[in-house]
Write a protein that binds this ligand. Structure first.
Ligand SMILES: [Zn+2]
Length: 163
């Protein structure tokens, strides 16, 4: 088990109830087949996919902030959380806190494993999630653009962060 998942379970922040209820960080979650992720992305288009991701990212970030984690620590924590959730292997690169610029690199991204289409809206959900996390954490609007994609032949998906 992912070490973060273990910590959550010990702190009772990850709970699978018996009445159809699953919770992570006191918020509702559910497990779904990964193809649902791709299908949502494909059927909403890039802009819609980004918006869906953004609201998910904001919600995750505000739940984490309630636990008292903030700043760069919070971002690092989120990278682990997204990795644990199965969206890919997330890593923060060259984040400049003063310039509020940086990059998130994702190896083995979920869209690259599940998407059947080259036109990849799935990575737009991820771009949105990353933007929501940074925006919520720094209380400032961040724009995230994918600058390289596994689906286009790169070895990882690179998301550029700018405020
Ligand atoms: Zn990608």
């Amino acid at each position: 088990m992912h070490s973060l998942a273990k910590k959550f379970m010990m702190a009772r922040k990850l709970d699978f109830g018996e009445n159809g209820n699953a919770e992570l960080l006191d918020d509702q979650v559910f497990l779904m087949d990964a193809s649902m992720f791709s299908k949502i992305a494909e059927n909403t288009g890039k802009e819609g996919a980004y918006k869906i991701g953004e609201s998910v990212g904001k919600s995750l970030a505000s739940n984490i902030r309630k636990t008292g984690i903030s700043g760069t620590k919070m971002i690092e924590f989120m990278m682990d959380l997204l990795t644990m959730m199965g969206l890919g292997d997330f890593e923060l690169h060259d984040f400049d806190i003063k310039e509020k610029k940086g990059e998130v690199r994702v190896k083995n991204s979920l869209p690259s494993r599940k998407s059947e289409e080259k036109e990849n809206a799935g990575c737009q959900i991820i771009a949105g999630i990353v933007s929501g996390i940074f925006s919520q954490n720094y209380e400032k609007e961040f724009k995230v653009t994918e600058k390289g994609c596994i689906l286009e032949g790169d070895d990882l998906c690179r998301f550029k962060i700018q405020s």
